[in-house]
Design a protein around this ligand. Sequence first.
Ligand SMILES: [Zn+2]
Length: 266
Amino acid sequence: MSTSSIPPQSIPMTNHPTSALVPPWRGLVDAHAHPTSYPDPHAYLRQQWHMGLEAVFAAGTSPQDWPHIDALCQVYPMRVWGCLGIHPYWAALAPRAQAQEALDRLASRLAQKSPGICAIGECGLDARYPNLPQQQWVFRAQIDMAMQRKLPLVVHCVKTWHDMQSYLKQHSGYAIFHAFNAGPQIQQWILDQGHFISLGRSLLRTSAPLINPALASRCLIESDNDAGHDEPPMNRLFDLSPLTSTGQLAQNIAKAYKIHMPGAFS
Ligand SMILES: [Zn+2]
């Protein structure tokens, strides 16, 4: 993808107050959430719909998680979309045989093509966790599966960008980098490769990343896991008109996850 049109300046990621009269999240989609981490995922989702959210992309992180993600997709068709993957934290701690078994189970689950399952993830690499070699081979196996199935990858990447860039060189598809918080050089690489970024909790910090305007067409918004936080970060995350429009975000979602939701994003 050409990058010659990138303007020199960046847009600071600021939040501004949301009107109390309008459902603040109307027309928006949560690109990466973990409903299954809540004691009652249905109560959580009802709250999201009440706030105006159109849909939620639910990330599965382990074999224990996947049946629950699958079930939510079936209860809320076109509103809950599922991603199935092995999180680097799980990969770091599992005995090798268990990690291999999880990969086998993931392959057979994906082969079932359950309705609503549209990506592989959450997967990736995280230098804060132990056993990087095992994280690496588990992640690479998931890259292979994504290529075979022509599915996008939902990627968690912390302090492992060098490995990430090298592994994804072999990947003919693209990735959605969730909880994105990297600098301008990585943003440039993402543009060059046609990947997507998903912005989350980092937007709430004063050190929020500067996002190049050229990334507006490759940007998604997510809550990730906000269980245990007093204020739902979505209140502010979804008020991002300085960066891009609701319509643009909806188009980005459809492109990133290769889905078609007629009428859902109007
Ligand atoms: Zn996540």
